[in-house]
Design a protein around this ligand. Sequence first.
Ligand code: ATP
Ligand code: MG
Length: 605
Amino acid sequence: MKFSQFFIPTLREAPGNAAVISHKLMLRSGMIRQLANGLFAYLPLGLRSFRKLERIIREEMDAAGALEVKPTVVVPAELWKESGRWDTMGEALLRVKNRLNADFVISPTAEEAITALVRDDLSSYKQLPLNLYQINTKYRDEIRPRYGVIRGREFVMKDAYSFHTDDESLSQTYEDMGRAYRRIFRRCGLPVIPVRADSGAMGGSGSEEFMAESAIGDNTLILCKTCEYAANVEKAACKPDFTPTSIAAAKKAAEGLPAISRIDTPDIKSIAELCDFLKTGSKNFIKTLIYQASNPGGELLKSSIKGNIPDTLPVAVLIRGDLEVNEIKLASLLGASGVSLASDGEVVKITGAPVGFAGPAGLSGVLIIADETVCAMTNAITGALAKDAHYQNVAFGRDFEPNIIADIRTVAAGDRCPLCGGELYEKKGNELGHIFKLACKYTKAMKVTYLDVDGKAQTPLMGCYGIGLDRTLAAVIEEHHDNAGIVWPVSLAPFEALIVPVKYEGIVKDAADKLYAELRNLGIDTLLDDRDERAGVKFNDGDLIGIPFRAVIGDKNLKSGPPLIELKRRGDNEARLVELEKAAAIIAEEIRAELSSAYSAGGET
Ligand code: ATP
Ligand code: MG
């Protein structure tokens, strides 16, 4: 491609609303333009890198046995009503009506569309396992699109959906997808941290996110200094700093302990005020928080509640005063689509006391959930369910009995690893991909069946696997840039080689044209900067765009003995002189070497 015939509108400065480096560089290099908040168009240069990423992902998906399909982006609302997500997805779901007033969604993800596709043609166990994928447009009406294409409203996702007769087969595909993801990110030159993630109401351990470490990351990762443990804070567990006791054992142990007693605490509501007043630390308090759980369900709840489970369930949550409740763990425990703190009015109704005086002793008519940490507390301070009053010497098992005891705390740096007891620390990260065991969530709701060996109708198990292409491309730029611009790995560079004739005329033009033809013959994506610009301008543009190999052709070097050119790797400080005759072969060989080492690094196949 000749520069003069291409379209690379580079900018000296990024527009003011671009806050992060990848956003700035994508705009400045002429890869993308913003159409509206969260909506980005790719210009020819950006699309070249985008297509290369698509190709890498497609190759790895195909190699892992997934089959590409092309469902529609506009999907009838009926399918989303069948899955229940028409009601639960909230405002991120873009709903549209056609001229007949029928409802549709613009796909934010495609569990429904693909499940419906499979449902129509699935009859026998012999067709399973089946793994279908697409690389297609998604729309999410994000409240706050930001960081350019890292969080856009329209973006492209590779999403795969697999269907299985049994757990073993699901686990096999889940592992295969995880391996394919590692290869994809490695080929992009992108170190990623796979972390355990929340698997929502489905429970189990079947969810992993692939995170790119980033100071601007939306996710907090919890990692162990000693072992391999890595989890999203939404899911992270830790080793309790106590030995949990059973209610029976606690009752027995409490026999000799001082009895619960009431203390006056006039006008004191917060734990901090109470700590001051009682001259003690927050570790000695039990916080009692009233939550409302939306659409709760699941086995645990069924065994804890008699009768019907309401759509909105109030629960009292107990946790040690120095810790925070992890609302995602809580929602997951209750099989709920979400939990939120109850309003002041609701707190008064449930506890019979003003806000700030809730406590478990004497609390009735509401499900009580205790974090494990509370089970080790024998002389705790809690609200006394009355204005200006607290209890002291409250003992678990003696003065209150929770309905459910579970790990619902937010893990923080300094906590102990649940696997090895090592120290945990935090990092920020951006989620690039996600693999997930869905089990029967969609296949059951959407009534998908197949006939097993005995001719009996069965519901298939399902997995889903997503990678955001735009976000991944931005993450590569976050990882690979310098002051002058992008430093693309060869695998994603819009052009692999740039030829800069110092002046595109005479013998310099002849040499540039010759090298251009040779590189193209070798299959190298080459950009020839044939513009009538100063060399410095051409160098700056080449550095900004991030082309990995730059061949500079000037009069002087051509005339010295065997004709020479200057070859420089983007990111290297120094150029080297190579013979014009050999330049194409050298560049081709170095490109091949980089691509194959990225492909095989780590030894995993
Ligand atoms: P997030 O927590 O960042 O909102 P998510 O968990 O909702 O993401 P998934 O539903 O797991 O995302 O989607 C799979 C992938 O799609 C993500 O890992 C990410 O790479 C990409 N993705 C999701 N939302 C966006 C977005 N608004 N803009 C760009 N890419 C996105
Ligand atoms: Mg996700």
